[in-house]
Design a protein around this ligand. Sequence first.
Ligand SMILES: [Zn+2]
Length: 302
Amino acid sequence: MRIRVIAALLALCVTTGCAGRAAASGFSAGRLNVVTAFYPLRFLADRIGGDSVRVTDLTKPGAEPHDVELNPRQVGHIVDAGVVVYLKGFQPAVDQAVAQEAKDRALDVASTVALLPLSTSTDGEKETAHGMDPHVWLDPVRYATIADAVGARLGQADPAHAADYTARAAALHAELDGLDREFAAGLETCQRREIVTSHSAFNYLATRYRLTQVGITGISPEAEPAPRRLAAVAAEARRTGTTTIFFETLVSPKVAETLAREVGARTAVLDPLEGLTEPGGDYFSVMRANLAALTTALGCAP
Ligand SMILES: [Zn+2]
């Protein structure tokens, strides 16, 4: 029966010249093609999709995703996708490709959670659309909501496996609830609550756990801070007794090191998880490493 259907489709293609139509079904070898924009979305698609999906990530491991550019092969993946999971306003090249090639097959995860405006401590830098902060995945509670939305969207595109997607999304949601409880407990009682970071990616995390982010550069990690901004951050770091200046893995630590020397603090990594740099790690291992770095730097009660 199945063979006859395929044969019929092939015959149709021969007569009508439907090159690409088979790929446009959104499946390859029975698996749903899912394209994700960058690591935290890839992690969701992998965990929720399991064996029923084939995931292609548009940002290479270890690459900085803010200014990703797409090659023709990647645009081809978007054309062939059953679902594209992206975050509108974060990566202009992805926004544009989705608008042109996959409007009806895309899930904008920014539409599934309440967004925060860009932090005012970043000197009003407006790198993203609508002036909203894109780094939602660093809040485990919002990330769990996004997991549910990804599960629902995969089920819509692939109804035969909808129950599996829903179940795996629910399991991941529960695991994220556990991570949220670890963060809340770990950061409950601390000597300091200010975190000085090289790239202002941690506002969602800070807001969730009552911390204050003091960003050195703005929302875009490559931006060079103005001397005036550096001086203001140094003054704030001294005022609050900051012991640690955080930098991130994908960008040079030079600015953080300069500032740390100036105020007599150490540097440590706080990973915004925009790409996975730790071999064998995943969202949970990196977030737990972040929690350990925070509790040490802030002098939190064990
Ligand atoms: Zn960022």
